[in-house]
Design a protein around this ligand. Structure first.
Ligand SMILES: O=C(O)CCC(=O)C(=O)O
Ligand SMILES: [Fe+2]
Length: 200
């Protein structure tokens, strides 16, 4: 499966609504790649509100030091309850973003209790075909902040990104979860999934 994204004529964020996984509805998403350059998801729910879930990267080897990345460390507990056969699973805290190449095979693990709400987005860069211009890739830096992280700090973060030569594509507020986020392009290579912690 390849989720289609239209080719972009300028750097842009491709719209997608928040996705809900529910123990009684759509519980999971099968392994796939996304048809754009870079994908991201932000966990809007409180992780206490559901069991299971998480973004599964089927072809990645677990890191040697699981404590190196808090999202992977959380994975160690969850794996014991619901282990996938291969790969790693990113279990985000509320407000965390997982940013990854759209070409990495990934899936959403089944939710077995409650509801998991994520904001999913796809980003593309100029040109006819994203998959023909890997050398030109500019990666996304996602600023995701949650309740308690005030608007002024998001402004400061956006200013820092623009001063570093990046361009901010979108700024969004999610009232229900009091979550703020902004998506910016910066000139940094992305060589695997990146977890960006929400403001604490
Ligand atoms: O829910 C997730 O963790 C991943 C969602 C996803 O891959 C997608 O919507 O394309
Ligand atoms: Fe996806």
């Amino acid at each position: 499966m390849n989720l289609a994204c239209a080719a972009a004529t300028e750097p842009r964020l491709l719209p997608d609504p928040a996705v809900v996984y529910d123990e009684n509805g759509q519980r999971e998403l099968a392994p796939h790649t996304d048809g754009c350059l870079v994908s991201f998801n932000i966990l809007l729910s409180d992780p206490a509100d559901f069991d299971g879930g998480g973004t599964h990267f089927l072809d990645l080897a677990p890191p040697d030091d699981p404590d190196a990345d808090p999202a992977i460390a959380r994975d160690a507990q969850a794996r014991a309850a619901n282990p996938p056969d291969t790969g790693i699973v990113a279990y985000s805290a509320q407000g965390d973003a997982v940013v990854h190449s759209a070409k990495l095979t990934h899936a959403a693990r089944p939710v077995v209790r409650g509801q998991r709400l994520v904001l999913v987005g796809f980003a593309d860069t100029p040109g006819p075909r994203a998959d023909q211009k890997a050398d030109a890739v500019r990666s996304v830096y996602l600023i995701s902040v949650k309740e308690g992280f005030d608007d002024a700090r998001l402004d400061d973060a956006i200013t820092a990104v623009t001063q570093a030569g990046g361009s901010v594509l979108q700024r969004a507020a999610h009232d229900k979860f009091k979550t703020l986020s902004a998506l910016a392009f910066v000139d940094v290579e992305l060589d695997g999934p990146v977890h960006i912690a929400g403001g604490n």
